[in-house]
Design a protein around this ligand. Sequence first.
Ligand SMILES: NC(=O)c1ccc[n+]([C@@H]2O[C@H](COP(=O)([O-])OP(=O)(O)OC[C@H]3O[C@@H](n4cnc5c(N)ncnc54)[C@H](O)[C@@H]3O)[C@@H](O)[C@H]2O)c1
Ligand SMILES: O=C(O)C(=O)C[C@@H](O)[C@H](O)[C@H](O)COP(=O)(O)O
Ligand SMILES: [Zn+2]
Length: 359
Amino acid sequence: MAALTIHAKSHDYDVLVERGVRHKVGEFIKGRYASIFIITDEAVEKYYLEDVKKSLNGIADVSTAVVPQGESSKSMRQYEHLLNSCAEAKLDRKSLIIALGGGMVGDLAGFVASTYLRGVDYMQMPTTILAHDSSVGGKVAINHPKGKNLIGCFYNPEKVIYDIETIETLSEKEIRSGYGEVVKHAMLSDDVWFNELLERDILDFSDSKLESDLTKGIQVKAAIVQQDEREMDLRRHLNLGHTLAHAIETELGYGEITHGEAVAIGLLFTLRLSESLFNVSLPVEEYLTWLQNNHYPLSIISELDTEAIVERMKWDKKTVDGSINFVLIKKIGDICVEPVPNQHLSEQLNMLKAEVSGI
Ligand SMILES: NC(=O)c1ccc[n+]([C@@H]2O[C@H](COP(=O)([O-])OP(=O)(O)OC[C@H]3O[C@@H](n4cnc5c(N)ncnc54)[C@H](O)[C@@H]3O)[C@@H](O)[C@H]2O)c1
Ligand SMILES: O=C(O)C(=O)C[C@@H](O)[C@H](O)[C@H](O)COP(=O)(O)O
Ligand SMILES: [Zn+2]
């Protein structure tokens, strides 16, 4: 069991990482709330909703809402649907919303919690590898056709209860997706962890390796969000790889590529782009080999229209006055943010497309 307390401006909250902890959720909530509203998706409902409901038996009135699985549910439509469900369930300021699922559910349910009655308490119960990232730090949002997470706010959970036993039912694609954010945290951190990760087949993880990766990822994120909760400066580092990733996700249509796979590709571009700007040598070949060995969908890059992607990148939230600010890397663990001219981004994207189509 690993536990960490995040010191946020609004309140401190604990992140508990433990196998099987979904069966004990009631213990953490007892006596605090009169009613509980669990938001989940269709796939997670099938596996874990009953366990959580059982653990809340006799603790409070429990109602549930189930949204379709997939990124397209992070939408105005599902947001409105959930607000209606909150009203129908007569939730009040002594109610708790539980987000049971991956990052899609966490972002959507968190945004509902942040706006219903101008804010009710919510708890994150992540069930994917990727959600070691999304469940911590309080960014909640839905997507807009123009860009990812364009409608949202910062709203911290009361608690994060992470039952890593739930990861056993994830598909290979979702393990790959989750490791996109794990490798991002390793790049932000140090080359010991990064190099060790590159040695590994991510489908072949042991429980202890997985727990250690997730705990380290959460620690990297926690250290940053505690210093800069609202992304005035340092928190932009957590967006490493995301300017391209979000552009790809939006261009292809939400859900056509997973967020973590897009991030993994965005990180490859970031390494190449950083080399071109700083005259440094980065472990690009090693990272590319790891991506190939683990079957990340690199060929998608060659299908993209370069100018369309550059246009999409302008919707990044770090863009100021039309200038795209990119999170760049000088060496593993040494990160900076700088404006990059559109022309240079186009050239580098074309070069990466050529490189990837040749492998
Ligand atoms: N708020 C943040 O800081 C933050 C950080 C990173 C990512 N995100 C967001 O998170 C989302 C991606 O999260 P995700 O990758 O968890 O996606 P997701 O929530 O869509 O889950 C991926 C798929 O796995 C299924 N699933 C979830 N848990 C399962 C389990 N235990 N067993 C079997 N199937 C399971 C889901 O039904 C879904 O089909 C994106 O919207 C991204 O923008 C937010
Ligand atoms: O927590 C953050 O800050 C991050 O940037 C983490 C990212 O992994 C995550 O995808 C986040 O939702 C992206 O935020 P956005 O502000 O670029 O939408
Ligand atoms: Zn992300």
